[in-house]
Write a protein that binds this ligand. Structure first.
Ligand SMILES: C[S@@+](CC[C@H](N)C(=O)[O-])C[C@H]1O[C@@H](n2cnc3c(N)ncnc32)[C@H](O)[C@@H]1O
Length: 212
């Protein structure tokens, strides 16, 4: 636990843009992000984007049933190494490891050999420019079916505060992302859940990947 916090803090300093936070998500956040997984008991293909040291991965593993398959995508090799080290001693990982694969690289480049039923995403979209966010969503669209759900989170209020106080270039980018996400919410039947027990509190968004 302390080791994971040290890894986070170091990566936050070295790789702020991709890491986005200096603390891993809470177990309550991890549970809410994986809610759709527990809503169905038939085998699913799951894609996790941005596991960091694995707080959400551990929750996914706990809920996996025989036949589920999990692909884990992480851009940062140091996070990937820490994750694999953590998983070695995880009994749920040992149970399901034949059905788990890793992709070290950007989400934009995951092989299109899905499709996935559920995408659990922890990427810090507000740190990316619009083109990158569009590329990621168009990739996710290509690895989705008519039934795929995607969950991701944003810190409550961060976008609004950023649009008021951030440097001009970031403000501009946040405004563009605002327009992009408003369109996504409408087209993909967005549902929102608030998780207060997290540092900082977050909105968890669920998108139905098939266009409404
Ligand atoms: C906010 S942290 C979330 C970590 C963890 N899932 C949690 O909730 O505490 C974002 C994670 O996304 C990874 N990441 C950022 N950009 C990425 C990309 N384009 N493709 C894959 N992973 C990415 C970062 O390296 C980091 O592990």
């Amino acid at each position: 636990m302390i080791k994971d916090h040290v890894v986070y803090f170091t990566e936050f300093l070295k790789e702020f843009q991709n890491t986005g936070t200096c603390f891993p998500s809470s177990k309550w956040a991890a549970r809410a992000l994986t809610n759709p997984m527990r809503a169905t008991r038939t085998p699913q293909r799951i894609l996790e984007l941005g596991p960091g040291t694995g707080v959400v991965t551990v929750r996914i593993l706990k809920d996996m049933i025989p036949g589920d398959r999990l692909t884990i995508c992480e851009i940062n090799p140091r996070f990937m190494a820490a994750l694999k080290e953590n998983l070695k001693s995880n009994p749920d990982y040992q149970l399901h490891k034949a059905n788990i694969s890793f992709f070290e690289g950007p989400a934009q480049e995951i092989p299109e050999d899905g499709p996935y039923d559920l995408i659990v995403c922890a990427l810090p979209f507000l740190n990316f420019d619009l083109t990158t966010v569009e590329e990621i969503f168009s990739k996710l669209q290509r690895v989705s079916t008519a039934h795929t759900k995607m969950t991701y989170y944003e810190y409550i209020g961060l976008r609004s505060i950023g649009k008021m106080v951030a440097p001009a270039e970031r403000k501009q980018n946040l405004k563009k992302l605002d327009v992009f996400f408003s369109g996504m919410y409408k087209r993909h039947n967005m549902q929102r859940e608030r998780v207060w027990l997290n540092f900082l509190p977050i909105n968890i968004y669920t998108l139905h990947m098939a266009p409404a």
